[in-house]
Design a protein around this ligand. Sequence first.
Ligand code: SF4
Ligand code: ZN
Ligand code: ZN
Length: 312
Amino acid sequence: MSVCTLCGRNEAVFGRSYSGENLCGRCFCKTVEDRVRKTISRYEMLGHNDRIMVAVSGGKDSVTLLHILTKIEKAFPDVVLCAGTVDEGIREYRDEALRIAEGNCRKLGVEHVVTSFKELFGYGLDEIVELLRSREESGLTPCSYCGVLRRKALNVMAREAGVDKLVIAHSLDDETQTMLLNVVHGDPMRIARSKPVLDVVHPKFVQRVKPLCMVPEKEIVFYAYLKGIEFQSIHCPYAQTALRNDIRTMLNRMEHKHAGTLFTVFNSIEKIRPALEASAEKVKLQECKRCGEPTVGDLCRACQILQELGVS
Ligand code: SF4
Ligand code: ZN
Ligand code: ZN
Protein backbone atom coordinates (compact mmCIF):
# COMPACT_ATOMS: atom_id res chain seq x y z
CA MET A 1 0.00 0.00 0.00
CA SER A 2 0.93 3.66 -0.26
CA VAL A 3 2.01 6.23 2.31
CA CYS A 4 -0.59 7.60 4.78
CA THR A 5 -2.54 10.53 3.28
CA LEU A 6 -2.65 12.32 6.65
CA CYS A 7 0.82 12.05 8.18
CA GLY A 8 2.69 11.43 4.90
CA ARG A 9 5.16 9.27 6.84
CA ASN A 10 3.85 5.84 7.78
CA GLU A 11 2.72 3.07 5.52
CA ALA A 12 -1.05 3.09 4.95
CA VAL A 13 -2.97 0.06 6.19
CA PHE A 14 -6.56 1.17 5.53
CA GLY A 15 -8.16 2.53 2.38
CA ARG A 16 -11.20 4.68 3.16
CA SER A 17 -13.00 4.49 -0.14
CA TYR A 18 -15.69 7.12 0.57
CA SER A 19 -13.06 9.80 1.25
CA GLY A 20 -10.22 8.51 -0.90
CA GLU A 21 -7.84 8.53 2.09
CA ASN A 22 -5.22 5.85 2.72
CA LEU A 23 -4.38 5.79 6.40
CA CYS A 24 -1.72 4.38 8.70
CA GLY A 25 -2.93 2.63 11.88
CA ARG A 26 -2.25 5.65 14.09
CA CYS A 27 -4.05 8.17 11.87
CA PHE A 28 -6.91 5.74 11.24
CA CYS A 29 -7.58 5.32 14.99
CA LYS A 30 -7.32 9.07 15.56
CA THR A 31 -9.89 9.80 12.82
CA VAL A 32 -12.33 7.26 14.28
CA GLU A 33 -11.98 8.79 17.75
CA ASP A 34 -12.37 12.28 16.26
CA ARG A 35 -15.54 11.17 14.44
CA VAL A 36 -17.01 10.02 17.77
CA ARG A 37 -15.96 13.33 19.42
CA LYS A 38 -17.55 15.33 16.60
CA THR A 39 -20.77 13.30 16.73
CA ILE A 40 -21.02 13.89 20.48
CA SER A 41 -20.58 17.63 20.07
CA ARG A 42 -22.72 17.97 16.88
CA TYR A 43 -25.73 16.43 18.65
CA GLU A 44 -24.77 17.69 22.16
CA MET A 45 -24.97 14.10 23.37
CA LEU A 46 -22.97 14.31 26.58
CA GLY A 47 -22.38 17.01 29.19
CA HIS A 48 -19.18 17.83 31.11
CA ASN A 49 -20.47 16.35 34.35
CA ASP A 50 -22.83 13.65 33.16
CA ARG A 51 -23.10 10.22 34.69
CA ILE A 52 -22.96 7.93 31.68
CA MET A 53 -23.77 4.26 31.25
CA VAL A 54 -22.55 2.48 28.11
CA ALA A 55 -24.76 -0.48 27.20
CA VAL A 56 -22.15 -3.19 26.62
CA SER A 57 -23.27 -6.46 25.08
CA GLY A 58 -19.77 -7.84 24.60
CA GLY A 59 -20.00 -7.47 20.80
CA LYS A 60 -17.56 -5.44 18.68
CA ASP A 61 -19.53 -2.19 18.57
CA SER A 62 -20.28 -1.78 22.27
CA VAL A 63 -16.88 -2.93 23.53
CA THR A 64 -15.04 -0.69 21.05
CA LEU A 65 -17.22 2.28 21.96
CA LEU A 66 -16.49 1.69 25.64
CA HIS A 67 -12.75 1.88 24.88
CA ILE A 68 -13.14 5.06 22.80
CA LEU A 69 -15.38 6.81 25.33
CA THR A 70 -13.08 5.91 28.23
CA LYS A 71 -10.30 7.64 26.29
CA ILE A 72 -12.40 10.68 25.33
CA GLU A 73 -13.89 11.17 28.78
CA LYS A 74 -10.43 11.23 30.45
CA ALA A 75 -10.37 14.90 29.43
CA PHE A 76 -13.53 15.47 31.53
CA PRO A 77 -12.74 14.57 35.15
CA ASP A 78 -16.30 15.29 36.36
CA VAL A 79 -17.84 12.71 34.03
CA VAL A 80 -18.65 9.36 35.63
CA LEU A 81 -18.60 6.46 33.18
CA CYS A 82 -19.91 2.96 33.84
CA ALA A 83 -20.99 0.00 31.74
CA GLY A 84 -24.22 -1.96 31.89
CA THR A 85 -24.97 -5.41 30.47
CA VAL A 86 -28.30 -7.17 30.16
CA ASP A 87 -28.05 -10.94 30.50
CA GLU A 88 -30.94 -12.22 28.40
CA GLY A 89 -30.37 -15.79 29.55
CA ILE A 90 -29.04 -17.32 26.32
CA ARG A 91 -26.82 -20.25 27.34
CA GLU A 92 -23.20 -20.18 26.19
CA TYR A 93 -23.69 -17.21 23.87
CA ARG A 94 -24.47 -14.65 26.58
CA ASP A 95 -22.18 -16.37 29.09
CA GLU A 96 -19.21 -15.74 26.82
CA ALA A 97 -20.36 -12.19 26.07
CA LEU A 98 -20.60 -11.42 29.78
CA ARG A 99 -17.09 -12.71 30.40
CA ILE A 100 -15.78 -10.50 27.58
CA ALA A 101 -17.73 -7.43 28.76
CA GLU A 102 -16.43 -7.94 32.31
CA GLY A 103 -12.84 -8.43 31.10
CA ASN A 104 -12.92 -5.20 29.11
CA CYS A 105 -14.41 -3.22 32.02
CA ARG A 106 -11.75 -4.57 34.39
CA LYS A 107 -9.00 -3.63 31.96
CA LEU A 108 -10.37 -0.10 31.60
CA GLY A 109 -11.17 0.34 35.30
CA VAL A 110 -14.87 0.95 34.52
CA GLU A 111 -17.60 -0.12 36.95
CA HIS A 112 -19.77 -2.84 35.43
CA VAL A 113 -23.45 -3.32 36.29
CA VAL A 114 -25.31 -6.47 35.17
CA THR A 115 -29.01 -7.18 35.17
CA SER A 116 -30.88 -10.15 33.75
CA PHE A 117 -34.24 -11.07 32.24
CA LYS A 118 -34.51 -13.76 34.92
CA GLU A 119 -34.07 -11.20 37.69
CA LEU A 120 -36.44 -8.63 36.16
CA PHE A 121 -39.06 -10.78 34.48
CA GLY A 122 -38.70 -14.19 36.16
CA TYR A 123 -37.74 -15.91 32.88
CA GLY A 124 -34.62 -15.99 30.74
CA LEU A 125 -34.89 -15.99 26.93
CA ASP A 126 -34.01 -19.71 26.66
CA GLU A 127 -36.96 -20.50 28.95
CA ILE A 128 -39.27 -18.25 26.94
CA VAL A 129 -38.17 -19.95 23.70
CA GLU A 130 -38.72 -23.40 25.24
CA LEU A 131 -42.23 -22.35 26.23
CA LEU A 132 -42.93 -21.05 22.73
CA ARG A 133 -41.66 -24.26 21.15
CA SER A 134 -43.59 -26.53 23.51
CA ARG A 135 -46.75 -24.70 22.51
CA GLU A 136 -45.79 -24.58 18.85
CA GLU A 137 -46.86 -20.97 18.82
CA SER A 138 -45.84 -19.14 15.72
CA GLY A 139 -46.57 -15.47 16.63
CA LEU A 140 -43.52 -13.55 17.82
CA THR A 141 -39.92 -14.61 17.20
CA PRO A 142 -37.27 -14.92 19.97
CA CYS A 143 -35.79 -11.63 18.71
CA SER A 144 -39.14 -9.86 19.15
CA TYR A 145 -39.29 -10.93 22.81
CA CYS A 146 -35.64 -10.19 23.31
CA GLY A 147 -35.85 -6.70 21.78
CA VAL A 148 -38.85 -5.58 23.81
CA LEU A 149 -37.56 -7.01 27.10
CA ARG A 150 -34.01 -5.74 26.59
CA ARG A 151 -35.19 -2.19 25.87
CA LYS A 152 -37.09 -2.19 29.13
CA ALA A 153 -34.26 -3.89 31.07
CA LEU A 154 -31.72 -1.34 29.84
CA ASN A 155 -33.89 1.57 30.88
CA VAL A 156 -34.58 0.10 34.33
CA MET A 157 -30.90 -0.70 34.85
CA ALA A 158 -29.76 2.78 33.78
CA ARG A 159 -32.41 4.54 35.88
CA GLU A 160 -31.60 2.48 38.96
CA ALA A 161 -27.90 3.24 38.49
CA GLY A 162 -28.86 6.95 38.56
CA VAL A 163 -27.19 7.85 35.25
CA ASP A 164 -28.09 10.84 33.06
CA LYS A 165 -27.36 9.19 29.71
CA LEU A 166 -27.55 5.69 28.32
CA VAL A 167 -25.08 5.20 25.48
CA ILE A 168 -26.14 2.79 22.75
CA ALA A 169 -23.47 1.53 20.33
CA HIS A 170 -25.41 1.67 17.06
CA SER A 171 -23.08 2.04 14.11
CA LEU A 172 -23.73 3.91 10.85
CA ASP A 173 -24.70 0.54 9.34
CA ASP A 174 -27.23 -0.16 12.13
CA GLU A 175 -28.77 3.28 11.78
CA THR A 176 -29.18 3.18 7.99
CA GLN A 177 -30.53 -0.39 8.12
CA THR A 178 -33.09 0.66 10.73
CA MET A 179 -34.13 3.69 8.68
CA LEU A 180 -34.75 1.54 5.58
CA LEU A 181 -36.40 -1.19 7.65
CA ASN A 182 -38.90 1.34 8.94
CA VAL A 183 -39.67 2.37 5.37
CA VAL A 184 -40.01 -1.26 4.21
CA HIS A 185 -42.21 -2.04 7.22
CA GLY A 186 -44.44 0.86 6.23
CA ASP A 187 -43.73 2.73 9.46
CA PRO A 188 -41.87 5.86 8.32
CA MET A 189 -42.98 7.80 11.41
CA ARG A 190 -40.61 5.65 13.48
CA ILE A 191 -37.78 7.40 11.64
CA ALA A 192 -38.89 10.61 13.33
CA ARG A 193 -38.38 9.02 16.75
CA SER A 194 -35.22 6.99 16.11
CA LYS A 195 -32.68 9.82 16.32
CA PRO A 196 -28.98 10.00 17.32
CA VAL A 197 -30.26 11.56 20.58
CA LEU A 198 -33.62 10.17 21.57
CA ASP A 199 -36.23 12.53 23.02
CA VAL A 200 -37.04 12.00 26.67
CA VAL A 201 -40.80 11.63 26.41
CA HIS A 202 -41.33 10.62 30.04
CA PRO A 203 -39.30 11.35 33.20
CA LYS A 204 -38.85 7.60 33.78
CA PHE A 205 -36.94 7.22 30.52
CA VAL A 206 -33.18 7.69 30.64
CA GLN A 207 -31.99 9.61 27.60
CA ARG A 208 -30.38 7.39 24.95
CA VAL A 209 -27.55 8.67 22.78
CA LYS A 210 -25.69 7.00 19.89
CA PRO A 211 -22.15 8.36 19.47
CA LEU A 212 -21.17 5.65 16.93
CA CYS A 213 -23.95 6.56 14.52
CA MET A 214 -21.52 8.08 12.04
CA VAL A 215 -18.87 5.34 12.16
CA PRO A 216 -19.17 2.49 9.61
CA GLU A 217 -19.11 -1.02 11.09
CA LYS A 218 -16.07 -1.91 8.98
CA GLU A 219 -14.10 0.85 10.72
CA ILE A 220 -15.22 -0.25 14.18
CA VAL A 221 -13.95 -3.78 13.50
CA PHE A 222 -10.63 -2.48 12.14
CA TYR A 223 -10.21 -0.15 15.13
CA ALA A 224 -10.80 -3.09 17.50
CA TYR A 225 -8.32 -5.20 15.55
CA LEU A 226 -5.60 -2.50 15.64
CA LYS A 227 -6.12 -1.88 19.36
CA GLY A 228 -6.25 -5.60 20.22
CA ILE A 229 -9.73 -5.24 21.76
CA GLU A 230 -11.37 -8.54 22.64
CA PHE A 231 -15.01 -8.88 21.55
CA GLN A 232 -17.48 -11.67 21.04
CA SER A 233 -17.51 -13.01 17.53
CA ILE A 234 -19.96 -15.92 17.69
CA HIS A 235 -23.55 -15.22 16.67
CA CYS A 236 -26.63 -15.56 18.81
CA PRO A 237 -28.28 -18.96 18.21
CA TYR A 238 -31.65 -17.23 17.75
CA ALA A 239 -30.43 -14.67 15.19
CA GLN A 240 -32.70 -14.80 12.18
CA THR A 241 -32.13 -14.44 8.52
CA ALA A 242 -34.81 -11.80 8.50
CA LEU A 243 -35.51 -8.68 6.51
CA ARG A 244 -32.71 -6.79 8.25
CA ASN A 245 -30.16 -9.18 6.76
CA ASP A 246 -31.47 -8.57 3.25
CA ILE A 247 -31.30 -4.82 3.81
CA ARG A 248 -27.77 -5.16 5.23
CA THR A 249 -26.66 -7.14 2.18
CA MET A 250 -28.24 -4.62 -0.17
CA LEU A 251 -26.64 -1.63 1.57
CA ASN A 252 -23.24 -3.37 1.72
CA ARG A 253 -23.39 -4.06 -2.02
CA MET A 254 -24.31 -0.45 -2.71
CA GLU A 255 -21.54 0.81 -0.42
CA HIS A 256 -19.05 -1.42 -2.20
CA LYS A 257 -20.11 -0.20 -5.65
CA HIS A 258 -20.88 3.40 -4.71
CA ALA A 259 -18.67 4.39 -1.77
CA GLY A 260 -20.42 6.76 0.63
CA THR A 261 -23.94 5.33 0.20
CA LEU A 262 -24.34 4.75 3.96
CA PHE A 263 -23.52 8.39 4.73
CA THR A 264 -25.81 9.59 1.94
CA VAL A 265 -28.76 7.59 3.31
CA PHE A 266 -28.01 8.77 6.87
CA ASN A 267 -27.73 12.44 5.85
CA SER A 268 -30.85 12.31 3.66
CA ILE A 269 -32.91 10.99 6.55
CA GLU A 270 -31.43 13.63 8.85
CA LYS A 271 -32.67 16.27 6.38
CA ILE A 272 -36.25 15.00 6.17
CA ARG A 273 -36.57 14.13 9.86
CA PRO A 274 -37.67 17.61 11.03
CA ALA A 275 -40.60 17.47 8.56
CA LEU A 276 -41.51 13.98 9.77
CA GLU A 277 -41.31 15.12 13.40
CA ALA A 278 -43.52 18.10 12.70
CA SER A 279 -46.23 15.90 11.22
CA ALA A 280 -45.92 13.13 13.82
CA GLU A 281 -48.74 12.74 16.27
CA LYS A 282 -47.75 13.59 19.84
CA VAL A 283 -48.34 10.54 22.03
CA LYS A 284 -49.25 10.91 25.66
CA LEU A 285 -47.56 8.41 27.95
CA GLN A 286 -48.86 7.02 31.20
CA GLU A 287 -47.47 4.46 33.64
CA CYS A 288 -48.03 0.75 33.01
CA LYS A 289 -50.68 -0.64 35.35
CA ARG A 290 -48.48 -3.64 36.15
CA CYS A 291 -44.90 -2.43 36.35
CA GLY A 292 -45.13 1.37 36.36
CA GLU A 293 -42.92 1.85 33.28
CA PRO A 294 -43.97 4.50 30.75
CA THR A 295 -46.35 3.32 28.04
CA VAL A 296 -49.06 4.50 25.65
CA GLY A 297 -51.70 1.97 26.68
CA ASP A 298 -52.65 0.40 29.98
CA LEU A 299 -49.85 -2.15 29.84
CA CYS A 300 -46.34 -1.66 28.52
CA ARG A 301 -45.28 -3.85 25.60
CA ALA A 302 -43.09 -6.03 27.86
CA CYS A 303 -45.94 -6.75 30.31
CA GLN A 304 -48.25 -7.38 27.36
CA ILE A 305 -46.07 -10.02 25.72
CA LEU A 306 -45.33 -11.73 29.05
CA GLN A 307 -49.03 -11.80 29.84
CA GLU A 308 -49.83 -13.27 26.42
CA LEU A 309 -47.23 -15.92 27.12
CA GLY A 310 -48.94 -16.66 30.41
CA VAL A 311 -45.85 -16.12 32.55
CA SER A 312 -46.87 -13.01 34.42
FE1 SF4 B 1 -31.77 -11.25 21.21
FE2 SF4 B 1 -32.27 -11.86 18.64
FE3 SF4 B 1 -30.11 -10.39 19.30
FE4 SF4 B 1 -30.24 -13.00 19.94
S1 SF4 B 1 -30.18 -12.12 17.85
S2 SF4 B 1 -29.54 -11.33 21.27
S3 SF4 B 1 -32.41 -13.22 20.40
S4 SF4 B 1 -32.27 -9.80 19.54
ZN1 ZN C 1 -0.62 8.48 9.30
ZN1 ZN D 1 -45.34 -2.99 32.31
